[in-house]
Write a protein that binds this ligand. Structure first.
Ligand SMILES: [Zn+2]
Length: 321
């Protein structure tokens, strides 16, 4: 019997789970802190030990969703700020360590999450999906015709770095360029914008909700916006159409049937979510909207595990050791 495993490798923890051959519910989940040292050799050794224990003897498929920008289909990490890795042949190292009985695939974490939602979540049964996750940054994943779109260097779906401005005043982005949508609507930028404006004396009910101007989170701003707070509504009404235009443009290209929206910011700000979806009805072409359903992500933390395991099981971009 072949064991099916999924891994979610982030900057704080890695989780590894076994799945039944038909199922999307993890049978057993093992979690470890990444901790220190976090050099590739150490992490590969620890991951392989956990995978071997969970897989038991015999053949296994292992899909790894990693918080990294990849460079190819062989799991080469171009850059992972979370793990502090650059130019690491992670897939090759792990494949060599695991040996031939494991069919290994390495996927961008958001791609794995979107695939997970298509396997057993908010995009169940859909063949054309755009998933966009607004958390600290903005990540995305594309499924077209039932296939994950990885792109020639495995960077497809990086919607956070779609440009919305191209002038000297465009906001700098963590990627090193300017004017990316992430630099306006990504969670860490939104948090800074909130702190800057309140620090400069803006008045808002969010301050009372948080118990101090320095404590205001996007969640408080959303609550305040829901109560009709002028500053909060103005901020959300500025950011929502920016994101909606990027989503609408992407949908104009992809003609997806399901848009899945999630992430640590958008998952906790229902008023902003509503404004984004309302703006999208204007920002996306009418012909695209006719067949489109927008849905919040359903699987939460398990989506990446489910998706990575399912991708490897389906034989997507298997690495030969
Ligand atoms: Zn960027």
């Amino acid at each position: 019997m072949t064991a099916h495993l999924g891994v979610d490798l982030g900057g704080t923890n890695f989780r590894i789970a076994t799945f039944a051959s038909d199922g999307t519910t993890p049978l057993e989940v093992h979690k470890e802190e990444v901790g220190e040292p976090r050099d590739p050799e150490t992490i590969v050794t620890r991951l392989a030990a956990a995978a071997e224990r969970l897989a038991g003897p015999g053949e296994a498929t292992l899909g790894v969703g990693i918080a990294a920008m990849l460079r190819d289909r062989e799991g080469t990490v171009a850059n992972s700020p979370h793990l502090r890795w650059r130019d690491v042949p992670f897939g090759k190292l792990l494949a060599a360590r695991l040996g031939g009985r494991f069919a290994l695939g390495v996927y961008n974490d958001v791609n794995a999450v979107v695939w997970g939602e298509a396997v057993g979540g908010a995009a169940r049964g859909c063949r054309d999906v755009l998933g966009v996750y607004v958390g600290t940054g903005i990540g995305g994943g594309v499924i077209a015709g039932g296939q994950l779109v990885e792109g020639v260097s495995n960077c497809a779906g990086e919607i956070g770095h779609v440009k919305i401005r191209w002038d000297d005043d465009a906001a700098p982005c963590a990627c090193g360029q300017r004017g990316c949508i992430e630099a306006y609507v990504g969670g860490s930028y939104v948090a800074r914008r909130i702190a800057d404006e309140l620090g400069a004396g803006a008045r808002s009910a969010a301050i009372e909700l948080a118990g101090g101007a320095g404590l205001v989170t996007p969640g408080h701003v959303d609550q305040a916006a829901g109560q009709g707070d002028e500053w909060a509504l103005a901020l959300w009404s500025e950011l929502a159409p920016m994101l909606a235009v990027v989503l609408g443009n992407a949908l104009a290209v992809l003609n997806s049937e399901r848009l899945v929206l999630g992430g640590g910011l958008l998952g906790r700000t229902p008023v902003l979510y509503e404004l984004v979806t309302t703006s999208l009805m204007v920002a996306a072409p009418v012909a695209i909207l006719e067949q489109l359903t927008v849905a919040p992500a359903e699987l939460g933390d398990d989506a990446g595990l489910v998706g990575a395991a399912a991708l490897a099981r389906s034989g997507t971009s298997i690495i030969r050791g």
